[in-house]
Design a protein around this ligand. Structure first.
Ligand SMILES: Cc1cc2nc3c(=O)[nH]c(=O)nc-3n(C[C@H](O)[C@H](O)[C@H](O)COP(=O)(O)O)c2cc1C
Length: 310
C-alpha cells in the first residue's frame, strides 16, 4: 500500500459546522491543564484534539490535599475541579489556542443548570474554542446534591439547556457510576448531544493502614488508569450500539493496542488521560502505533476499524 492511511474523524456529524479531527487521538480533560505546558514537551499539533481542565463560572481552589494516590494499576484523584474560571480562560488561554491548529474543546462543569449555561454562554464566539465537553459528574445542588450524570432526566435537562445556549458542538461526558449507562446515553442523545464521551473516573477510595484514615484529603476520589480499561471498553461497546452520535472512548488507554480496542468497540475517537502523567509522549506514540497497525493490515481509512468488533 502506498501513502499514509486516512485517520480523519468527524466527531459531530449532526452539528451544522461539524468537528473534524485530523486523527482520533485526543488528550482527556484534567491531565494537561490548558495544553500550554504540553507544547514544551510534545508536539501538540500532531494530536487530534485537546480537552482542557474542567472549567467553572468562577475560579475554584479544589479539594484538600492529598489529592492523588497511586493504586494497583491506577490512580485515585480528588482534585475537585481546581481551575482558573471561564473568564480567565477566555482572557489568557483562548488567544493562544486561536493560533494552534489542534482543536481545543473546553470541558465545563457547574453545580446547577444555570451555571453550565452561563459558562457555555461566555464561550460563545470565543476564537480558539472548537467545542464544549459537558462534565455531568458534578453535584446538582438544586436537586439535592446528586450528580447530573446519574439520572437520565437531569442529564437530558443540562444537555438541552447548554445546546440552546451555544452554537458550538457539544460532547456530553458520562459518568460510569451508574446502573444503566445506555439510558443516560440515549437521554443525552435525544436532548441534542453532538457526541458522547465516556468514561469519567470510577468512584473509589484507599485507606492508610498506619494512620487508620482515608488516604485522600477528600476521603473519596475517582479511579483512572489501566485498572478501569475493561469497564470503559464495555461501556463504549454498549453505548455505541445504542446511539447514532459518535462515541469518544476514554479510560486506561496507554498504548496503540488499547486505543484500537476502544475504536473496535465502537469509539470514533479516543481520549488519553492518566497515561500522560507518566509519559507525556504517549499520545504521539499511540498515533504512530495506530498508523503502523493500519499499514500492516492494509487498511486505508480509520472508519474501517470503528465498531469492527460489534
Ligand atoms: C488528575 C485528573 C484530573 C481530571 N480532571 C477532569 C476534569 O476536570 N473534567 C473531566 O471531565 N474529567 C477529568 N478527569 C477524568 C479524565 O478526563 C478521564 O475521563 C479519566 O481519568 C479516565 O481516563 P484515563 O484512565 O485515561 O485517565 C481527570 C482525571 C485525572 C486523573
Amino acid at each position: 500500500m502506498t501513502g499514509l492511511p486516512d485517520l480523519r474523524v468527524q466527531i459531530a456529524p449532526r452539528h451544522p459546522k461539524g468537528l473534524i479531527l485530523s486523527n482520533p487521538v485526543m488528550i482527556a480533560s484534567g491531565v494537561a491543564g490548558y495544553g500550554t505546558e504540553y507544547t514544551e514537551i510534545a508536539d501538540i499539533h500532531k494530536l487530534g484534539g485537546l480537552v482542557c481542565k474542567g472549567t467553572t463560572l468562577r475560579p475554584r481552589s479544589g479539594n484538600a490535599q492529598p489529592r492523588l494516590v497511586e493504586t494497583f494499576g491506577g490512580l485515585l484523584n480528588s482534585v475537585g475541579l481546581e481551575n482558573i474560571g471561564v473568564e480567565a480562560l477566555i482572557r489568557e488561554k483562548a488567544p493562544l489556542w486561536a493560533r494552534w491548529c489542534v482543536p481545543v474543546i473546553v470541558n465545563i462543569a457547574g453545580e446547577t443548570v444555570d451555571e453550565y449555561v452561563a459558562v457555555a454562554d461566555k464561550l460563545e464566539g470565543v476564537p480558539g474554542v472548537s467545542g464544549i465537553e459537558l462534565n455531568i459528574s458534578c453535584p446538582n445542588v438544586s436537586a439535592g446534591g446528586i450528580e447530573f450524570g446519574v439520572v437520565p432526566e437531569l442529564a437530558a435537562r443540562v444537555t438541552s439547556a447548554v445546546k440552546a445556549a451555544t452554537s458550538l458542538p457539544v460532547i456530553v461526558k458520562l459518568s460510569p457510576n451508574v446502573t444503566d449507562i445506555k439510558s443516560i446515553a440515549i437521554a443525552v442523545e435525544q436532548a441534542g448531544a453532538d457526541a458522547i464521551s465516556l468514561i469519567n473516573t470510577l468512584r473509589g477510595m484507599a485507606i492508610d493502614i498506619e494512620r487508620r484514615k482515608p488516604q485522600l484529603g477528600n476521603i473519596v476520589g475517582g479511579l483512572s488508569g489501566h485498572a478501569i480499561k475493561p469497564v470503559a471498553v464495555y461501556m463504549v461497546f454498549e453505548v455505541s450500539k445504542a446511539v447514532q452520535v459518535p462515541v469518544i472512548g476514554c479510560g486506561g488507554i496507554a498504548s496503540a493496542e488499547d486505543a484500537l480496542e476502544f475504536i473496535m468497540a465502537g469509539a470514533t475517537a479516543v481520549q488519553v488521560g492518566t497515561a500522560n502523567l507518566t509519559n507525556p509522549g504517549v499520545c504521539i506514540a499511540i498515533l504512530k502505533g495506530i498508523e503502523h497497525y493500519m499499514l500492516e493490515k492494509g487498511l486505508r481509512n480509520i472508519s474501517q476499524l470503528i465498531g469492527a468488533a460489534h
